[in-house]
Design a protein around this ligand. Structure first.
Ligand code: GAP
Length: 464
């Protein structure tokens, strides 16, 4: 089972402290969200899993953390200043503003049962391009319009990797193929944000640029497509809610030769099966486009440098073949927020207990669970039991995230932990004071096992 729709996760998130609407006390800010105590743990665990898998478990990937605000020339030469835009139309009748390529997904403001353009009264303007980059100014400038101070919040983390290619190559002494991984915030002034944390204006990306020889790029591209499907499933997401999508030539970004998206079933409630899916991540073959456009040597057909502003040449010298060339790059790019949404949707389960009550269980992979173990006293009016439970929590916490809770009856405490995905509850009862053992309850099976206290840490670590 998985969540029947995104709304189920929105309400669970708000109720239990995963995700809250941002600026809520001032009426909110369209499609902005804050991550609460559990949400930040879940997001951190997703990021840690990605980083471990790429940077620690392999031998060919380095990490990086580049600036959010870069020199504006980065975005001039990457092509984002001229091409990172959506085509917009306005409706003179309903005064709505829509993305031309998404008219089918939105409703006319006057007649919500139809799409803009389908209604006779709709009066759509010609499309015009709207650049998605957020503008800002750097330094104490006299006017916000001062072009010399203009800068952008990065719309992708990738460019920070390309402009640092020579720095990483020279300091790490890498040979092709090798990758550079980065996690960080990205910003896009999306025209139609929405669907909870699926499309927002501020979000977080996990991007890796894998540099290689042109002739190896198609094979490595396929290897990363296969590899990421496996990693996503290792997060507990089931294969039946994932599928691949090959972008058509018309859909490809200006830099890409081939892009394959991994889609997740974010909208299972939709009748039309085709409309249930949307992009979780993209895996692109960006060719040598980016390293070339940021380099000082390449020239156009008239012999002019295509980039007269850069001081660096981002080519690679192969000492074995004595060749110098611009490496190709394979880019698996995935959003932290969309991953978190897919992980929560897939983990969502309902189960009926002996009393016929429906309980929510978030069957998160233990690696991702915000809290690994909850220590619960069976009787909170018995000081020895409370003391022992608190002591156990303190002993477990350095090696695994643990909480102590005595704010309800045991049934309620179990239900609360199930709903937030805690894999294990440890109950301290009257017998614990005699036999030095506790009851460990499994979130998914609700089975209970008696474990000696001196073996508890080892037992939990093994099962986690
Ligand atoms: N460097 C390539 C790149 O940025 P992208 O497909 O535009 O490619 C990569 O973005 C991933 O970032 C997407 O697959 C998605 O997971 C996430 N993402 C993109 N725009 C987003 C938005 N507005 N809100 C949330 N996540 C977004």
């Amino acid at each position: 089972m998985s969540a029947p729709n995104i709304e189920t996760i929105v309400s669970l998130s708000k109720r239990r402290g995963f995700v809250f609407p941002a600026s809520d006390i001032y009426g909110g800010l369209g499609s902005s969200w804050d991550y609460g105590p559990l949400g930040v743990e879940l997001a951190n665990n997703i990021k840690r899993s990605w980083w471990n898998w790429l940077v620690y478990e392999r031998d060919d990937i380095e990490g990086l953390d580049s600036s959010i605000i870069q020199n504006r020339l980065t975005w001039k030469y990457s092509g984002h200043e001229t091409t990172f835009s959506d085509p917009l139309v306005d409706c003179r009748a309903c005064k709505g503003r829509f993305r031309l390529d998404k008219l089918q997904d939105v409703q006319c403001l006057n007649h919500p049962s139809v799409h803009p353009g389908e209604d006779k009264e709709c009066d759509l303007t010609e499309a015009r391009e709207f650049n998605l980059m957020f503008r800002t100014t750097v330094g104490a400038v006299s006017s916000d319009e001062d072009e010399s101070a203009l800068a952008y919040l990065r719309p992708e983390t990738a460019q920070g990797i390309f402009i640092n290619f020579a720095n990483v190559l020279n300091t790490s002494r890498r040979k092709l193929p090798f990758g550079i991984a980065q996690i960080g915030k990205a910003f896009r002034n999306e025209v139609t944000p929405g669907n909870f944390i699926f499309r927002t204006r501020e979000f977080e990306q996990m991007e890796m640029e894998y540099f290689c020889r042109a002739e190896d790029a198609p094979r490595l591209h396929q290897e990363w497509i296969d590899g990421f499907q496996e990693w996503i499933q290792s997060l507990g997401i089931s294969a039946e809610n994932l599928k691949l999508y090959e972008q058509s030539k018309e859909e490809l970004a200006h830099y890409a030769e081939r892009t394959v998206d991994i889609l997740y079933r974010y909208f299972p409630e939709r009748e039309d099966e085709e409309k249930q899916w949307d992009e979780l991540m993209g895996i692109a073959n960006r060719t040598d486009y980016d390293l070339r456009v940021h380099s000082k040597k390449p020239e156009d057909s008239e012999g002019k440098r295509i980039n007269p502003d850069t001081t660096e040449d981002l080519s690679y010298f192969d000492p074995q073949t004595n060749e110098r060339f611009y490496p190709y790059v394979i880019e698996p790019a995935i959003g932290v927020n969309r991953t978190l949404l897919a992980v929560m949707m897939d983990a969502y389960t309902e189960k009926t207990n002996d009393k016929g009550e429906t309980r929510v269980i978030l069957k998160l992979a233990p690696e991702l669970a915000p809290i690994k173990v909850a220590v619960l006293p069976l009787a909170k009016n018995k000081p020895e039991i409370v003391e022992l439970a608190k002591k156990l929590k303190r002993e477990l916490q350095p090696s695994m995230r643990a909480v102590y809770d005595d704010t309800g009856g045991i049934g309620k405490l179990y239900a609360r932990q199930d709903e937030i995905g805690t894999p294990f509850c440890v109950t301290v009862d009257h017998e614990s004071l005699e036999d030095n053992a506790v009851t460990v309850r499994d979130r998914d099976t609700w089975e209970q096992e008696r474990i000696p206290i001196d073996r508890l840490k080892e037992y939990l670590a093994q099962r986690l």
